[in-house]
Each structure stands twice: as structure tokens, then as C-alpha cells.
Design a protein around this ligand. Structure first.
Ligand code: NAP
Length: 587
């Protein structure tokens, strides 16, 4: 392909896609857009750091051949006023992996935002925003190091689709009339109207990408964020389609959180990604209170917009938060801040956002050693309090440097030798210890964990009392009663004695069949007063269906069985407690 103004560097090779995966040579051509305002300053600094890191990490055996692609004001000068040249779009598609600085959106004149146009033209449907704390970076949290998440925000639909009708226009009135007359819905006069499309196609491609990322990066969980308790057919559907794609396409690599508790007793099987979901407003609280529990988050467009900025602010990272917009393979990494025009050309601002977008980009092409080296050199430089003006004003005793000065300090850090492997191992050890600690809590106090971690119970497996107390057939009632008291339970299970039938003896059986029947608990055997066979339900039965079973059979507890072996009991008390604590939304 030949371009008018874009020069493909000689000596480099293009990245390609083979068998659905990126094929990256040792001398890849990567695209870069300098950006407007502070863009040139931060791009210059980052190119210097990236090149130095790659050289150091791979002893000169790997090298990026950078290809400048034009967009924004610089493009306007080159392409006769065209800020969004067609050949730049072609180049981004052709090179597959690129990085860009911020772009000015010209005010007035009917310009669409260049960033929005770019996403739409290249169908970059996933906005990926890692949020992680770096040592020394000022943060409002007490333990910011516990935040290490990656948000996958759907980028192509939701209320951002632009299907909106202004109050008072003929289109608005036409739609309002249809809704009132044909759909029989009510709303205030002259309301502006917007449509929120959420499709299985867009949801699944986003969640698929999030799960694949979690698998490739040894993450623990993927959380589907939604407000499905209120908007069932859009947000609730997002949740359901998310679970569907996990089950149908990643059945071997994933388990649901419900299965984690009901089938694995809270212990995550090695290598399995736990798929869970949380209500959107609760996730904001949890990201402040229990951030370590979250790993990869998959969100719709609007929720993700709010959440990614809120999370970035938690780790003091608004100025350094990186990001990327991605299609299946084509990816454009980008600084998430704007062009900060008042600082343009002053060599003053923090290059962190673009720098870490570069880290993401190197991870994306599999150059993890270079990515790790940059992250660690950054942490060391900031720890030494060598920072740009924005951090300097929040730190005591900082040495304020320019953008290029910061790049120089980082390159020096890298040259002075950082033991990347040792630091990486140290971090992995800390993550492992954290994971084990949480696992122990899930095993020991599952109900409390559920409550504290913002999870809403939906199945009997979520609320059952695990490991029911079991006695052998032939045990005397008095002995079973002592065990019930000792364990604080109101029933015991009777193990089968050969007929394969399990039974249950409850406090009520003792009242009616011992006390009321005037018999001695010391001589009567448990199976004589127990109920057999058991009424059992599967572990994934919904709470609603469970209540129907209990009411239908006129019983106060059911046994939860798996492969015909009882694994728990659900009683009136458990249902009561669940509804009291988590509420009940009628189906
Ligand atoms: P902005 O450019 O992000 O700047 C707002 C403030 O954020 C700056 O004044 C500065 O704060 C701080 N800041 C931003 N980048 C920084 C950096 N690298 N280092 C340190 N501090 C940094 O937002 P804006 O002023 O609202 O937008 C300006 C232009 O950027 C607009 O034309 C907008 O359309 C465009 N924009 C582009 C993108 C994009 O291309 N992705 C994104 C957002 C906005 P202090 O003043 O406190 O020092």
C-alpha cells in the first residue's frame, strides 16, 4: 500500500494476524500519532523511554520501527485542512498496533470528536483501561497498592449510540406518540427521548475479549458490572449474555462464582477464571473498600465511563491513567487525558499516561520484559521523588523536573540496572498471599464473605448451610440431640445403612415423635423418627423455586444434593436471613 504523506520505515516488518493471533516480528512497525497541544512533548519523551527499554530488555535484538501517522492539527497542516485523513485510518488498520497522543476537537463548525470518529471508523469496540497503583504516586486511599484492575468498557452501543430525539422536534413527537399510543407507556410531556440499545453481539464480543485477557494474564476473575436489578432487558441482558459467552466459549477455563461456593467450597480450582457479577452502584463502594477482590471488569459504555475515571482517581492516576481502544486485533493505545493547551510546548507535563499506554501496547504484542522494565523504572523514579509539576505539588521534598527531564531520569534508572525478575517475583508472591488469604475467608465464612463482597445470592447453593451434621443409622436419638446442640443446628442427616436412602431428623421430629409420643430418646433410633427419603434440590436451584418446593411439600427445610449426596441444607431461617440482608426483587 502506498501513502501520500505517511512513510513506512524501511527495515521494519508489519505485524500480521495468523490463526487469530498477532504475529509480531522482532523489528515490528508500530504507528504513532503525536497528538496536539502537549502531545509532541509527551510523545518525544515516551519514544525515548520506550526505545531505551526495548534495547535494554532485549540486548538490541528487538527494535521498533516507528511510523508517524497524522491526525488532528498536524494533519490539518499537511492534508489541506483535513484533520482526519482517510490514509491515516488506512495506516492504523494496516499496521494493526498504534499509539496516539491527545487530539484537539475543533469547537464549532459541526466537527465530530476525532476520538469518537476513530472508534467508529475502525470499530474499536473495547475501551481497555488498566488501573493500578505505582509506589510513591500520591493517592487518597489508605492501601492503594490493593488496586490492580483492568476495565473493559463496551464502546459501540448503550446510551452513547446517539439515538436521541430533542424535546419539541417532530421526530421526538412521532416517537412519543408511538410509545404512548402503541406501547401504552407513560412519561412527562415534552421529555427528551433517548434509546439504549444493548445487543448480544456487542456484549459477547466485549466479554469474550475480557475473558481472553484474564486467561492470558493469569487473572483470577472477570466481573460483569450492570444495573440489571432495575433495567432487566438491557443491563440484565448484558449480565446474562456475559455468563452465556463464558459458559459456551470458555467452559473449560471458567467457573461461575456460584459454582466456586457450591461446588468447590470457596476454593478456586487452579487456573480457572471466576465469572461473577456486581450491581453497578455497589462496585463503586467495593472499589474503595475491597479493591483487591476485583481483577478484570467488563462493563457497558456508560457505567464503564464513570467507573474508569473513578478508579483512576483512587490511585492518584487521572494524569497517568493509560488506555486503549481495540477491535478484534487492531488496537490504538492512547493517553487518556486531553491536550492541556495551556501547557503546550512547555516541556512541563507528566508523560505517564502515554508512557503506560505504551506499556500496555508492549504487553499486547508480547514484549512483557520491556513493559515490566518501564513500569519498574517509573516506580523507582517516582519513589526517588523525581517528578513533573503535577506530582511535585502533592509531595513533600520532591525534585520537580520537565517532561524531558523525567524521561532522562527514567532512562538513567534503567541503565543503572533494575532486577526486573526479582521485583516481578516479589509482586507475584504478594498477589498469591493475598489470593490465599481471601480464599481462606471464603471457605471459613462464605455467607459473610458474600455479604461483604457485594454479591447477591440467587441460588440455594449461595445460602445453604454447608457440611450438614450427619449421623449413622442406628444412632440413638439422645446422642443425635447432643450433637445438634453442640453444633448449633436444628436438624441432622441420617446416612443410608444399605438401602441408599438418606433421612433427616429435626427438632420438630423430637417434639412430635419423642416428647408428644411419650417415648424415650435414649432407646429410640434416629431412623425411627426421621423423615425418609429426603426432599432434595439441586445446588443451582433458584431461591424462588426452592420456596415453591418447600411450600408445596409443606416442609421447612430442603436438603441440597449433588450426585445424590447431601452437601447442605436450606431452611426457612436461611431464606429469611437472605431476604432480610439482601432484599428481594420480585421476578
Ligand atoms: P485536559 O487536556 O486533560 O487538561 C485538563 C487538566 O488536566 C490540565 O489543565 C492539567 O491540570 C491536567 N493534565 C492533563 N494532562 C496532563 C499531563 N499529561 N500532566 C499533568 N497534568 C495534566 O482536558 P481539557 O482541558 O478539558 O481538554 C483540552 C482539549 O483536549 C480539548 O480540546 C478536548 O477536546 C481534548 N481532549 C482530548 C482527549 C483525547 O484525545 N483522548 C481526551 C480529552 C480531551 P492542571 O491545570 O491542574 O495542571
Amino acid at each position: 500500500m502506498s501513502y501520500k504523506h505517511i512513510v513506512i520505515p524501511e527495515g521494519g516488518e508489519k505485524i500480521s494476524v495468523k490463526d487469530g493471533r498477532l504475529a509480531v516480528p522482532d523489528n515490528p512497525i508500530l504507528g504513532y500519532i503525536e497528538g496536539d497541544g502537549i502531545g509532541p512533548d509527551i510523545t518525544r519523551a515516551c519514544l525515548r523511554i520506550w526505545d531505551a527499554a526495548i534495547h535494554k530488555a532485549y540486548d538490541g535484538k528487538r527494535k521498533v520501527h516507528w511510523c508517524e501517522v497524522f491526525m488532528g492539527e498536524k494533519a490539518g497542516g499537511i492534508y489541506e485542512g483535513d484533520y482526519f485523513p482517510a490514509e491515516s485510518l488506512e495506516a492504523l488498520q494496516d499496521l494493526i498496533v498504534s499509539i496516539k497522543g491527545p487530539l484537539t476537537t475543533p469547537v464549532g463548525g459541526g466537527f465530530r470528536s476525532l476520538n469518537v470518529s476513530l472508534r467508529q471508523e475502525l470499530d474499536l469496540y473495547a475501551c481497555v483501561r488498566p488501573v493500578k497503583h505505582y509506589d510513591g504516586v500520591p493517592s487518597p486511599l489508605k492501601e492503594p497498592e490493593k488496586v490492580d484492575i483492568v476495565i473493559f468498557r463496551e464502546n459501540s452501543e448503550d446510551v452513547y449510540s446517539g439515538i436521541e430525539y430533542q424535546s419539541g422536534t417532530p421526530e421526538n413527537e412521532k416517537l412519543a406518540k408511538f410509545l404512548r399510543q402503541d406501547m401504552k407507556v407513560e412519561f412527562f410531556e415534552q421529555a427528551g427521548l433517548g434509546i439504549k440499545p444493548i445487543s448480544p453481539f456487542a456484549t459477547k464480543r466485549l466479554v469474550r475479549k475480557a475473558i481472553q485477557y484474564a486467561i492470558d494474564h493469569d487473572r483470577e476473575s472477570v466481573t460483569l458490572v450492570h444495573k440489571g436489578n432495575i433495567m432487566k432487558f438491557t443491563e440484565g441482558a448484558f449480565r446474562n449474555w456475559g455468563y452465556e459467552v463464558a459458559r459456551e466459549e470458555f467452559g473449560e477455563q471458567t467457573i461461575t462464582e456460584e459454582e466456586l461456593y457450591s461446588q468447590h467450597g470457596g476454593k478456586r480450582p487452579d487456573g480457572k477464571i471466576v465469572i461473577k457479577d456486581r450491581i453497578a452502584d455497589i462496585i463503586f463502594q467495593l472499589m474503595l473498600l475491597r479493591p483487591a477482590e476485583f481483577d478484570v471488569l467488563a462493563t457497558m459504555n456508560l457505567n464503564g465511563d464513570y467507573l474508569s475515571d473513578a478508579c483512576a482517581a483512587e490511585v492518584g492516576g487521572m494524569g497517568i491513567a493509560p488506555g486503549a481502544n481495540m477491535a478484534d486485533h487492531v488496537a490504538v493505545f492512547e493517553a487518556t487525558h486531553g491536550t492541556a493547551p495551556k501547557y503546550a510546548g512547555q516541556d512541563k507535563v507528566n508523560p505517564g499516561s502515554l508512557l503506560f499506554s505504551g506499556v500496555m501496547m508492549f504487553e499486547y504484542i508480547g514484549w512483557t520484559k520491556a513493559a515490566e522494565l518501564i513500569s519498574q523504572a517509573y516506580a523507582e523514579t517516582v519513589k526517588a521523588k523525581i517528578v513533573t509539576y503535577d506530582f511535585a505539588r502533592q509531595m513533600d521534598g520532591a525534585t520537580e523536573v520537565s517532561t524531558s527531564g523525567f524521561a532522562g531520569a527514567m532512562v538513567e534508572q534503567m541503565e543503572s540496572g533494575i532486577d526486573v525478575k526479582a521485583k516481578q517475583q516479589e509482586r507475584m508472591k504478594a498477589i498469591e498471599a493475598e489470593r490465599r488469604e481471601r480464599e481462606a475467608r471464603r471457605v471459613e465464612r462464605p455467607f459473610e464473605e458474600m455479604e461483604e463482597s457485594g454479591r447477591t445470592p440467587t441460588t440455594v447453593g449461595d445460602i445453604m448451610t454447608r457440611m450438614p451434621v450427619t449421623v449413622k443409622a442406628g444412632t440413638k436419638v439422645s446422642e443425635a440431640m447432643h450433637m445438634m446442640r453442640e453444633h448449633g443446628v436444628s436438624s441432622v442427616l441420617i446416612a443410608p445403612s444399605g438401602d441408599g436412602k438418606w433421612g433427616i431428623m429435626t427438632q420438630r421430629d423430637v417434639v412430635s415423635r419423642i416428647v408428644h409420643a411419650n417415648r424415650s430418646p435414649a432407646t429410640v433410633k434416629v431412623e425411627e423418627i426421621a423423615t425418609m427419603p429426603l426432599v432434595t434440590v439441586p445446588v443451582d436451584m433458584s431461591l424462588y423455586d426452592c420456596s415453591s418446593q418447600m411450600i408445596g411439600a409443606n416442609i421447612r427445610r430442603v436438603v441440597v444434593a449433588q450426585n445424590e449426596v447431601p452437601i447442605g441444607i436450606v431452611s426457612d431461617t436461611d431464606l429469611f436471613r437472605s431476604v432480610e440482608e439482601f432484599g428481594w426483587l420480585p421476578e
